[in-house]
Design a protein around this ligand. Structure first.
Ligand code: SF4
Length: 328
């Protein structure tokens, strides 16, 4: 399963990507019933581009395979992780383990994490929690997921169920690659000129996600002279990842496409300009996916050597083989 392949595309990742994952999603037979929940996007589409770090919290706290089922129960003491048949309470064991493992993960240089949905340990949202009468509501988060998110606030984290949505999938993978670039950049010493150049390369990508964040970070960079580098790096990274977490909607993508269109004013003839404008309108109307106008734009960028656009990560924020922009 593990493959380690560097990428030299515009997405600009220097180091291989390591992704944490609920072990059952890789096909490991670690579930309570001795089975797995192999996920084809994770194991077939994503696998060639990343190295996985599998974790099964329930096995790692010493539970057997197979094992009794677990559930979250709301009590006066808060959320408890119980084995309903035997009454065994695993809350303390899981909470202790989860806090230690989440801290360990924070030091593992991961670029993302894929969690198994609905699990009382791994589920990120809408996990069933039972009240004292045994009535469930989809209102909780698994105990391991809770600790993971608390200790890794910038780490892109998603559930495999949500990754079936093409918009959430594209957003997650963009965040994974963006987080890698961000960490690579801030891993070493940098000048303010370097930061200006980094921010400039990410401009169109940030505009597609959250224009206000691009502006806000631009002001931060412009007034960064004399500021301690650590604080600057922390604020920039926090803002950047918060911006990337916003979905790049059709409207925002259209604005970015039209922005790029402006760079071709002097190099395209009338028919070419009309064709590009028509494709952008088709995208806006939902008639073609994003990859269609972008392919033409990439072609013109190459053909006419439009230097500014050539450096934009937006044109290839993740490997094209993932085909993520064929579905948004
Ligand atoms: S959901 Fe999490 S705890 Fe449950 S089997 Fe999968 S990895 Fe293990």
């Amino acid at each position: 399963m593990k493959t380690q392949r560097g990428h030299t595309g515009r997405q600009g990742t220097e180091n291989p990507l390591r992704i944490g994952v609920s072990a059952c999603l890789l096909g490991e037979e670690v579930r309570f019933d001795g089975g797995h929940k192999r996920d084809s996007f994770v194991t077939e589409v994503l696998a060639p581009f990343v190295t996985f770090v599998p974790v099964c919290p329930e096995v790692e706290i010493g539970l057997g395979i197979p094992r009794e089922t677990l559930r979250l129960v709301r009590s006066d003491d808060g959320l408890r992780l119980l084995m309903p048949r035997s009454g065994r309470d695993l809350t303390e064991a899981m909470s202790r383990y989860a806090a230690a493992k989440a801290a360990e993960i924070a030091g593992m240089d991961l670029s993302g994490y894929v969690l198994k949905k609905d699990s009382p340990s791994c589920g990120m949202e809408r996990v069933r929690a039972y009240d004292r009468n045994g009535v469930p509501t989809k209102s909780a988060r698994g105990l391991f997921a809770e600790a993971l998110l608390a200790a890794n606030s910038l780490l892109p984290v998603e559930e495999e169920g949500r990754l079936r949505d093409p918009w959430l999938r594209e957003n997650f993978i963009e965040r994974v690659f963006a987080f890698r670039r961000l960490k690579d950049f801030f891993a070493g010493p940098f000048t303010l000129g370097d930061l200006v150049a980094f921010h400039s390369r990410e401009k169109l990508l940030l505009l597609a996600h959250e224009p206000a964040v691009y502006e806000e970070l631009g002001r931060l960079v412009a007034h960064a002279k004399g500021q301690p580098r650590n604080g600057l790096a922390r604020t920039y990274q926090g803002g950047f990842m918060a911006g990337m977490a916003k979905i790049a909607t059709t409207r925002k993508q259209t604005n970015v496409l039209q922005h790029m269109q402006g760079y071709f004013k002097k190099v395209l003839n009338g028919a070419e300009k009309a064709e590009l404008a028509a494709l952008i309108q088709d995208y806006r109307a939902g008639l073609v996916p994003l990859v269609v106008p972008l392919t033409l734009i990439r072609h013109y960028v190459r053909m006419h050597g439009v230097e500014y656009l050539q450096g934009q990560t937006y044109l290839e924020p993740h490997p094209k083989e993932l085909m993520l922009r064929n579905h948004v």
